[in-house]
Design a protein. Structure first.
Length: 540
């Protein structure tokens, strides 16, 4: 099959002056259609011609690799349609008898993918159509104006998904048999549409279209690799989900271990695209298939071989909470829970903590000399069962402090949450699977928590806190110190109940100490961390 691709490109665009030559994502707009057309040579015998009335467009098109044919003046006016332009080129090009197919590709569809174009040509050939037109299915409840007034274009008001297909031409391509090319038409009798994805369907006509297209062209393909389970906790899953909510416009794929059921369940309920794996070899198979621009590893310590293998396949590798040998080989390591960097690519400290959205807008509670509300929370799974330990302590001291409310928040994966019951008589309240923890923390005078990422969320709220580490690794997170507004008791499972009671009673009674701790916490600005982290991920 011999294919002639014609790219019509006038110089007289008025809505966006010099549109076809203006840079979009660093390249002239016309580059994208020429590039896609030239890529067809890998699959079909193809000749690529740009039709223009503009010498500058002709020069740029030629440098991009296309053949250029100057358009007659009479075919360069604003009111001239494409049909006579395509017909004129086809009639006057040398060797036109050899072409079986003529494809019109407008330069205003830069987001079209060559893979889509190849699929459309194969669809055209296999079904022996005369014409195939690129379209987007965009059904909406719509109305029309008639001589009788405004009338509806539908029989029944239903949800958009239930409406019949409504195809709009995109301008990406129009494929026709050569014998269908006439002065007034390029469309044969046996015509079909080829549906393209909405992201590939944009036809730049306005500045708004331009902005959307540029955003799409700048978008990255990103894999987020994280697991969640009882022993590991759910913090890695929650963090990558928080990142995903801020990577809008990029193509995201979560990859998680199929045996870590809590993580699989949480990601499944998030509705992001997700793949499960059994081992690293399967991850690298996904990388070969997905071809990501970026991989985010939130899996704790990585090995040198793992990161080196990944760097051979992926342009940018970002690791979180990584103190393994592989850290030095990643492009960026973000260790917000530590204060000392070991490598030049490592970013440490609270300035690089990615605060969840819910904490970006909630207001810290005003200081209260009398403690009225104490909150305990130990993350998504609480593998050391510290929640039960504190719950029992609340039962011991509630009579001593009858005016204080004790709020126990259990996480998504805490396996004992059904065993802890609220006791309203003693103002002990248990809250399971809380959606917005910030709502409870905004009322807290004291918090009791683990030594993971939650300490930063509590710090952003200015809440004096008692910290009990879940494990030895958490104890290395050195932000949770008295100098930063925390009373750190050490490894939770080794701390006697009496020590916790003494610390809690001291904090309840020590108004001045609580106020000082609060002031220290509120001096730190956690709100800039989101922007810093996203810029590091994208390399901006």
């Amino acid at each position: 099959m011999e294919i002639l691709v014609i790219i019509p490109a006038r110089g007289g665009s008025k809505t966006i002056p010099r549109k076809n030559l203006r840079l979009i994502n660093g390249k002239p707009l016309i580059y994208y259609s020429i590039h896609n057309a030239l890529e067809l040579k890998k699959y079909f015998s193809t000749r690529v011609v740009v039709s223009t009335d503009d010498c500058e467009i002709a020069e740029v098109a030629s440098k991009c690799g296309a053949e250029v044919i100057m358009r007659p003046t009479e075919l360069a006016g604003d009111s001239v349609t494409l049909d006579p332009v395509i017909y004129n080129i086809y009639q006057n090009i040398d060797g036109r008898e050899a072409f079986d197919v003529v494809i019109t590709m407008q330069p205003t569809s830069p987001t079209l993918k060559v893979e889509t174009l190849v699929d459309a040509i194969e669809y055209f050939e296999e079904n022996e159509y005369d014409t195939v037109i690129s379209c987007v299915n965009d059904p909406h409840l719509s109305w029309r104006k008639t001589e009788n007034g405004i009338e509806k274009n539908y029989l029944k008001r239903v949800n958009r998904q239930m409406l019949p297909a409504h195809y709009k031409e995109t301008g990406g391509f129009l494929i026709s048999k050569a014998n269908c090319i006439q002065r007034e038409s390029r469309i044969g009798e046996k015509t079909a549409v080829f549906e393209v994805d909405l992201k590939e369907a944009i036809d730049i006509d306005t500045y708004d279209d331009w902005i959307v297209c540029e955003s799409i062209l700048k978008s990255k393909k990103i894999i987020l690799r994280a697991d969640g389970e009882e022993a590991l906790g759910m913090g890695h899953i929650y963090r990558t989900l928080s990142l995903a909510y801020h990577l809008v416009g990029h193509e995201l794929l979560f990859v998680t271990n199929e045996n870590k059921k809590m993580g699989v369940e949480k990601l499944h309920s998030s509705f992001f695209k997700m793949r499960t794996i059994k081992n690293d070899d399967q991850l690298f198979e996904i990388i070969d298939e997905f071809q990501p621009d970026i991989v985010i590893n939130d899996i704790l310590n990585t090995e040198k071989e793992y990161v080196e293998r990944m760097k051979k396949k992926v342009p940018r590798v970002i690791n979180f909470e990584d103190k393994g040998e592989g850290a030095k080989y990643a492009d960026v390591v973000i260790n917000a829970l530590y204060s000392n960097a070991e490598y030049v690519n490592e970013y440490v400290g609270f300035e690089y903590f990615f605060l969840r959205d819910e904490f970006m807008t909630v207001r810290p509670k005003d200081f209260s000399e009398d403690v009225e509300n104490i909150v305990v929370l130990f993350g998504g799974t609480d593998p050391s069962d510290l929640t039960r330990k504190i719950y029992k302590i609340f039962q011991q001291i509630c009579d001593k402090y009858p005016k204080i409310e004790f709020h126990v928040i259990t996480g998504f994966g805490y396996k004992y949450k059904r065993e802890l019951l609220s006791d309203p008589e003693h103002k002990i309240y248990v809250h399971n699977d809380v959606k917005r923890v910030s709502e409870y923390l905004s009322k807290a005078d004291i918090a009791i928590t683990a030594q993971g990422r939650t300490i930063y969320e509590i710090a952003s709220m200015g809440i004096p806190s008692i910290v009990l580490a879940q494990n030895s690794r958490e104890m290395e997170h050195d932000f949770a110190a008295f100098s930063n507004g925390f009373i750190n008791l050490g490894l939770g499972k080794e701390i006697a109940d009496e020590a916790i009671v003494d610390a809690l009673c001291f904090l309840i009674q020590a108004k001045g100490i609580r106020k000082q701790m609060r002031e220290i916490l509120l001096k730190k600005d956690f709100t800039k961390g989101q922007d810093r982290v996203i810029k590091l991920i994208l390399g901006e």
